[in-house]
Design a protein around this ligand. Structure first.
Ligand code: NAP
Length: 312
């Protein structure tokens, strides 16, 4: 008989995270749907149970709260003894969006650094929200990962999926030296990523994004996801036994996109779920654009993306 596989999905109560839970469960995985507010869990899991999913339970997890991560790790250790799949999906956008104008203009499809000056009334990025975005998307994701690694190492087929974004691709950065540094995965360190983040936050606070070649739009979110992509590669280098990937789900109809995405949540969850279920000889330290592997290099990615959307 096949051994049971256990998965944790962060931010599992809505959007792509909820659908990842649903698709993992329908593939026979025992899913721990984790969510920030305990009070919402019963309702979410009851709806999944009503649709025939009996292998989903919920646990509270605010990824910004170390004690909540520890108690989830203890729960998994006591009840299951191991963890096979971790999907880091929870996200803060770091933006305040004027919904009406954002939706009318085509959602994120209208966003480019060339048009940054036209977007100032549509997307606002206050420093505190940007800082919190990096704290959640990068540092809290790292904290969850690090506290759960001992449980993942008990598994015979451990998988980690960091749900990233096309916006985290270095394609959006304008500083060649920084791009080179972030691509040089043999020499990059977590300490250097911290320094780069501090450098960004200093420039962000001082309103000096252009001077250092940072993304001018959706800036903190892009930096947080670029940091996660680099971390994914460092993890793959450090832990040969963990298959770790970052996956851009596509542009998906969720609350974050104010339902302006071009993909349904079912389509958006496909890439992360596929990456979570790849066989033991599957790739590690790679970037998936939906379900296809793409390069970390901006030039190659630009070519890939052009062909990808032309082929659709
Ligand atoms: N939608 C897209 O087009 C798109 C495109 C590219 C990448 N992505 C990526 O896909 C993933 C899911 O995005 P989505 O569109 O589904 O987002 P979403 O609908 O905004 O959902 C975000 C989820 O993250 C949770 N969350 C936020 N802060 C948390 C915290 N401190 N602790 C635990 N949970 C927390 C939210 O919980 P609450 O309900 O409690 O707020 C919610 O469940 C993200 O990593 C995002 O970057 C999405």
């Amino acid at each position: 008989m096949e051994e049971k596989r256990f998965a944790i999905v962060t931010g599992g109560n809505r959007g792509i995270g909820l659908e990842i839970c649903r698709q993992l469960a329908s593939n026979g995985v025992e899913v721990i749907l984790s969510l920030r507010y305990q009070s919402r869990g019963e309702d979410v899991v009851r709806k999944l149970k009503d649709s025939g999913m009996s292998n989903v339970i919920f646990r509270q997890l605010d990824i910004n709260d170390p004690s909540s991560i520890t108690s989830l790790a203890e729960f998994v250790k006591t009840h299951f003894g191991k963890l096979d799949i971790l999907v880091n999906n929870a996200v803060e956008s770091g933006m305040i969006i004027n919904e009406k104008e954002f939706v009318a203009g085509g959602g994120f499809l209208q966003v480019s650094d060339e048009k940054a000056h036209l977007l100032t009334n549509i997307i606002k990025e206050p420093y505190e929200l940007g800082e919190n975005c990096i704290k959640t998307n990068y540092y809290a994701t790292k904290a969850v990962t690090e506290l759960l690694i001992p449980l993942l190492q008990v598994s015979k087929s451990l998988r980690m999926v960091n749900v990233t974004s096309g916006y985290g691709h270095l394609f959006w950065f304008h500083n060649e030296k920084l791009i080179e540094e972030l691509l040089d995965i043999d020499n990059l360190t977590e300490e250097r990523i911290d320094e780069i983040i501090q450098w960004f936050l200093t420039d962000f606070k001082a309103g000096k994004l252009q001077e250092s070649g940072w993304p001018l739009t959706v800036s903190a979110y892009k930096v947080s996801k670029a940091a996660i992509n680099a971390y994914t590669r460092l993890m793959a280098r450090k832990y040969e036994t963990i298959l770790v990937k970052c996956v851009h789900p596509g542009y998906v109809m969720t609350d974050m996109s104010f339902q302006t995405g071009t993909l349904t949540v079912e389509e958006g969850a496909k890439g992360p779920v596929m990456a979570a279920l790849l066989p033991n000889n599957g790739p590690s330290g790679v970037y998936f654009h939906e379900t296809q592997i793409a390069s970390f290099s901006p030039m190659e990615y630009a070519t890939f993306v052009k062909a990808f959307y032309e082929g659709k």
